[in-house]
Design a binder for this molecule. Structure first.
Ligand code: ADP
Length: 522
């Protein structure tokens, strides 16, 4: 049957060969196995359910979180001469009934629905009447509370389908691959380990850049002066910032669209269309924009501030370069950024264990901003992808002049100071002790008596703090998570303290210490 899959790939889509992972995923489905496919954004997940959906008899049901995506997918299938539809709340009640009627007659090969549809009796009644090929969960991480976009209605489908005897198999597709999420999806959907297909996560055409210590507006404006003719996305964390960045860029005569949840549905649709149809080249948006949007000529994604975790970052940044052209993923970082993310976690409805998990993930994102290793490798390792044997050679850290400074002595000072402070305090107070500050907290704990007090008096507190963040990023120190970031030594610290290992740090990272901080107002 794989030969048939190959034939359809050419016949319908015009592609000569499968991309990594596609054939394997399709193979499992054709063998009637519940399957999980994990591929990066732009990796080609749609074909993984579309081709087996064409080969196997019956109607394939695709659950997708975004209504805006469904119409595009259905249009694309119809253009290929494939019978498909979607049923969602954007349609009139009459039209929904119409489509449901056709569904019961088995008229469709594919039907797209949002997860909430499984909460309506008329839909459940309809799908009980027909032959179903499989149920495919697109963006399947929405099913897991460990994912970055958990949706309870996704999760509740799991119990609903247990009462539907005519669903022979399920498939799950996602670009999120943290171990917890994968395990959770496997458990919830009964997917055996051999039917979990994970392709490498590297995107060869993406260059990751980390910008610190620059005026963010000025940086964006400089960058767009060089690249503003090309399509790109600028993500900002709050609606207010989206408005203000869009306004700033319009003032500089750039062609801008904007998107956030504070705009009316109609306005959002309008702005999205202007961007998709290349009437506006730059989209300024919150993370409400982008899921499921297949615009292939986006050639840069700029994050105006720290995203909440690496999963979200890689997914958003990964919207660049879907056409395979070289593209930039730029993160503008300032120390203040973490406050906003912590605030958002605190304000959320999550329970304590989930909050603590979010803080941990935020810490990994912060570490990304302080490492001097290859940024792409850092991300891949975060996803437990160790398949790349070389660094990317394109990111800020790979591209830096490469000149390194020996910072072993200072590292020893920091590590022994943390030890002497009983591993009970954060980076701020530790930096004060090393600086030799007269802060009253120092007196209160008697830290002025420590042998490490004032050892780094020739540096600013900010420089020392940044160096501490670097040591956290490189795993010599740990803060556990971002909630109460208390410094503790890791097992790697010992070799440094004993003088068995040296620390060489990129000169540029050493110099990026004076940061321009913005007060982010909500
Ligand atoms: P994802 O859902 O994983 O983000 P898509 O399914 O939207 O990705 O596919 C991304 C792009 O890759 C689409 O433009 C698609 O046509 C293209 N594509 C998918 N599979 C192949 C293939 N085997 N060969 C060439 N291009 C492909």
């Amino acid at each position: 049957m794989i030969a048939e899959a190959q034939k359809l790939l050419k016949e319908y889509y015009g592609f000569d060969s499968f991309r990594r992972g596609q054939e394997e995923i399709i193979g499992h489905i054709l063998d009637n196995k519940n399957t999980l496919g994990i591929m990066p954004t732009g990796g080609g997940k749609s074909i993984c359910y579309q081709i087996p959906g064409l080969i196997l008899k019956g109607t394939a049901i695709i659950v997708s979180p975004l209504i805006s995506l469904m119409k595009d997918q259905v249009d694309a299938l119809e253009t290929l001469g494939i019978s498909a539809t979607y049923i969602n709340s954007s349609l009139s009640g009459e039209e929904q009934q119409n489509r449901m009627h056709k569904l019961r007659q088995g008229d469709y090969d594919f039907i797209y629905v949002a997860s909430e549809r499984f909460e309506t009796n008329s839909f459940l009644y309809s799908i009980k009447q027909i032959e179903i090929t499989f149920l495919a969960f697109d963006e399947a991480h929405c099913i897991s509370q460990w994912g970055h976009d958990f949706r309870p209605s996704y999760r509740s489908i799991v119990s609903t389908i247990q009462n539907l005897p005519n669903i022979p198999m399920v498939m799950a597709l996602t670009a999120t691959a943290t171990t917890e999420v994968v395990k959770d999806i496997q458990r919830l959907l009964s997917i055996e380990s051999e039917a979990v297909v994970k392709t490498g996560f590297a995107r060869e055409n993406l260059s990751f850049h980390l910008i610190k210590g620059r005026d963010k507006h000025e940086y964006i404006s400089d960058y767009l002066n060089k690249h503003g003719q090309e399509s790109g996305i600028i993500y900002a964390p709050t609606r207010k910032q989206v408005d203000s960045i869009a306004h700033y860029l319009e003032g500089k005569s750039f062609s801008v669209a904007k998107y956030h949840a504070g705009l009316s549905e109609q306005k959002r649709q309008h702005e999205q269309n202007r961007f998709i149809q290349d009437e506006a080249t730059i989209m300024v948006a919150t993370n409400a924009f982008g899921m499921g949007i297949d615009k292939s000529n986006v050639h840069y994604v700029i994050h105006f501030a720290l995203p909440m975790n690496i999963e979200a970052y890689y997914q958003e940044a990964g919207r660049a370069g879907r056409d395979g052209e070289p593209s930039d993923c730029i993160l503008l970082f300032s120390g203040q950024d973490t406050h906003l993310q912590k605030f958002l976690i605190e304000q959320s409805m999550m329970d304590e264990s989930m909050k603590s998990n979010e803080y941990k993930k935020l810490q990994s994102m912060v570490n990304y901003c302080h490492t001097d290793s290859c940024l792409q490798t850092y991300i891949l390792h975060y996803f437990h992808d160790y398949s790349a044997t070389e660094d990317c050679g394109r990111c800020t850290n790979c591209q830096s002049s490469g000149e390194k400074q020996n910072r072993t002595k200072e590292a020893q000072m920091v590590l022994s100071c943390v030890k002497r402070m009983d591993e009970r305090f954060g980076a701020g107070l530790t930096a004060k002790v090393l600086k030799g500050s007269k802060d009253k907290k120092i007196k209160q704990f008697g830290f002025e008596k420590l042998s490490t007090y004032g050892l780094m008096a020739n540096q600013t507190e900010k420089e020392i703090t940044n160096f501490i963040h670097y040591l956290v990023a490189e795993d010599y120190l740990t803060t556990g998570d971002q909630r109460y970031p208390i410094l503790q030594l890791t097992k790697n610290a010992e070799a440094i303290l004993k003088g068995e290992k040296e620390i060489w740090m990129l000169r540029e990272i050493v110099q990026q210490t004076v940061q321009t901080d913005y007060k982010e107002d909500l």
